[in-house]
Design a binder for this molecule. Structure first.
Ligand SMILES: [Zn+2]
Length: 295
C-alpha cells in the first residue's frame, strides 16, 4: 500500500473506525462486558457503543493502541504506514514533522505501535531444519582513544542480544539478554532458552565458536560450528543470515534512534524482528492492528 492508496482507503476518520470494526469484530461489534451483540452506537460518529442487554457503554478501542487517543485516527494510519515501510524505523522527531503532532504524542504513538509489533503472533516458531544462532552487543561506541575492549564486549556496558534465524523461512527471533543475578553475561542457559522458544527439537544449529554454545551438547540438536577467526563460511556452516539481521538492527538503532535505553531495548529489537518477519506479508498493516488488540 502506498501513500495515495492509504488516503483513498481512509478519507475520513469514520473509514478508520469502520475498518477497525471489521478487523476486531468482523463487522459485528459485541459488548466488552457481556459479549452481547445487541449493541447500538451512542452517536453517529462515536467510537462508543451501548449494550442493550447490560446497559453498559464500551469503546471499540478499549485495550488497543487507540485507547485514550485524541489524535486523528488517519494520522495513526499514516504513522503505522510510515513505520512499517521505513526499513530502519522512524524517530519521534520525524513523525512529529510528518503528521504535525507534538513530540510527546509522536513518541507515544511510536511506542504503542512498537508494542503492538511485539505482541502474540509476532513470528512463526518452528524453526527447522537448519537454524543459525548468534549474539551481538548493543551499546555506545567506544570513546575515541579508548582501548579496544574484549571481542564480545565483556567488561563494557554493552547489552547482549541473542538472535535465532530459520534458514529456510528467514524468520528471526531475538531476545535481549541482561546479566543473570550473579552478574554473569550471556550464559549457555540464556542461549538455550532463546533457542527453545523458536526451534524444533533435533534441528541443526550453526554457531560460531563462542564457548556459551557448548551448552548445546546437552540437547538433541546437531551442533555445527564455524571458526570465524579462520573463515566466514564452510558449506552450510555459516551465520550469514543472522549477521545480516544484526547489521540492519544496528543501522536502525544507531542511525535513527541514536541511544536506546535498556528498558526499551527489547521493544526496539521486536520492532526490527516484526518488520523483518513480515517483509513478504501482504497483510502486514492488518497484522499490526490485530496484534494491538490485547486479549
Ligand atoms: Zn453488555
Amino acid at each position: 500500500m502506498d501513500f495515495l492508496e492509504l488516503m483513498e482507503r481512509f478519507p475520513t476518520e469514520e473509514h478508520v473506525i469502520q475498518y477497525f470494526i471489521k478487523v476486531r469484530y468482523n463487522n459485528k461489534p459485541t459488548c466488552n462486558h457481556c459479549s452481547s451483540e445487541k449493541v447500538s452506537r451512542r452517536t453517529d460518529k462515536s467510537k462508543v457503543f451501548r449494550c442493550n442487554d447490560c446497559q453498559n457503554d464500551f469503546s471499540i478501542f478499549k485495550d488497543t493502541m487507540f485507547e485514550d487517543t485524541y489524535t486523528d485516527l488517519r494520522k495513526w494510519m499514516y504513522a503505522i504506514h510510515l513505520f512499517l515501510n521505513a526499513k530502519k524505523g522512524i524517530s519521534g522527531l520525524q513523525l512529529k514533522r510528518e503528521i504535525k503532532v507534538t513530540y510527546k504524542t509522536a513518541w507515544r504513538m511510536l511506542h504503542k505501535i512498537r508494542a503492538a509489533m511485539s505482541n502474540k503472533g509476532a513470528f512463526d516458531s518452528n524453526f527447522f531444519p537448519i537454524v543459525e544462532i548468534d549474539e551481538t552487543y548493543i551499546g555506545g561506541k567506544p570513546r575515541k582513544g579508548a582501548k579496544i575492549k574484549a571481542k564480545r564486549g565483556r567488561g563494557t556496558a554493552k547489552i547482549p542480544v541473542i538472535g535465532v534465524v530459520c534458514r529456510k523461512t528467514k524468520q528471526v527471533h531475538a531476545k535481549v539478554a541482561l546479566p543473570d543475578k550473579n552478574g554473569k553475561k550471556l550464559t549457555g542457559k540464556q542461549l538455550l532458552s532463546v533457542l527453545d522458544e523458536a526451534v524444533t527439537r533435533n534441528a541443526i544449529i550453526v554457531t560460531d565458536e563462542f564457548t556459551g554454545y557448548r551448552a548445546l551438547s546437552k540437547t538433541r540438536h546437531v551442533h555445527l560450528t564455524i571458526d570465524h577467526t579462520k573463515e566466514y563460511a564452510r558449506g552450510i556452516r555459516h551465520t550469514n543470515n543472522i549477521e545480516s539481521f544484526w547489521a540492519t538492527l544496528k543501522r536502525g538503532l544507531y542511525g535513527i534512534y541514536h541511544a536506546v535505553s535498556v528498558k526499551y531495548l527489547q521493544n526496539y529489537v521486536n520492532e526490527f524482528c516484526f518488520r523483518h518477519n513480515n517483509k513478504q506479508n501482504p497483510e502486514i498493516f492488518n497484522q499490526v492492528l490485530v496484534q494491538s488488540i490485547k486479549s
